[in-house]
Design a protein around this ligand. Structure first.
Ligand code: 6PG
Length: 248
């Protein structure tokens, strides 16, 4: 497995723009090759900024979306349409403005779903949806790119240091309780699902992420720094700005 690629940019805006441009190229290549493209989205500031940059790129280039499937790496377990849901923010930044078939958008369940009163059931249902999309080829479809924001505590998706989700590998998605970042109840892909992706991209901007970036790239344990456990099948990319790269 090759070393992670590190892309250094000046600031969050340039980071979002650069990541979006590379993503757009990969999406267009998949279309040219007539194959589906499975993209895993993230929440968080620079993650949503990247989606907005992708929207602008898509508008300018007229790229197609019918072969693209959108999944989520994690979700805040809140009612549908809640402004704090990662899905809501991704719809506002990107999905509402692109011509993607509704069936290709696969949000994690909301807390007000009729039969989804419990977050455990939400995680089980999402694992089932992933398995159906994988058509018997594995627990999840072949993710092309998995986007991950990074917390100052080195969490990725909703896998936090010291919480049991980090070590879970028997399921594609897990319920998360007592998240230190609000809201406390979440659904997250497991590290093993994340690491099935061809490419895993960590997006981190700002001084508050510098120590987490350092830990992620220095072989820390996943219990201390979940980001240290992410590895794309073909490539792992850390998209940084000057401030988040300042401890490397
Ligand atoms: C969430 C996220 C989470 C996020 C990081 C970074 O639901 O909160 O998916 O993993 O990506 O916490 O968020 P910021 O970029 O806003 O710091």
């Amino acid at each position: 497995m090759s070393e992670p690629e590190i892309v250094r940019t000046n600031d969050a805006a340039q980071l979002a723009q650069s990541a979006a441009s590379r993503l757009a190229k990969l999406i267009v290549s998949a279309e040219t090759a007539e194959r589906d493209f499975h993209l895993v989205l993230t929440g968080g500031g620079v993650g949503i900024q990247t989606l907005a940059a992708l929207r602008d790129e898509a508008k300018a280039s007229g790229m197609k979306w019918s072969h693209v499937h959108l999944w989520w790496g994690d979700e805040r377990f809140l009612p549908e349409g809640d402004a704090e849901r990662n899905e809501t923010q991704a719809r506002e930044a990107l999905i509402d403005d692109i011509d993607i078939p509704a069936d290709n958008v696969h949000p994690m369940p909301a807390s007000d779903g009729t039969d989804l009163a419990e977050v455990e059931r939400a995680a089980t249902n999402y694992s089932a949806a992933l398995s159906v999309a994988a058509r018997g080829e594995g627990p999840v479809p072949e993710f092309d790119v998995c986007l991950l924001g990074l917390g100052p505590d080195a969490h990725v998706a909703s896998l936090f240091p010291g919480l049991p989700g980090v070590r879970e590998d028997g399921a594609a998605a897990v319920a998360v309780h007592d998240s230190p970042k609000p809201p406390p109840t979440r659904v997250s892909l497991t590290l093993s699902s994340i690491n099935t992706a061809r490419q895993v991209w960590v997006l981190a901007a700002g001084e508050s992420k510098a120590e987490a970036v350092r830990l992620g790239l220095s072989g820390a344990s996943v219990d201390e720094a979940p980001v240290a456990g992410v590895k794309g099948g073909e490539k792992t990319v850390f998209w940084l700005d000057e401030a988040s790269a300042s401890k490397l």
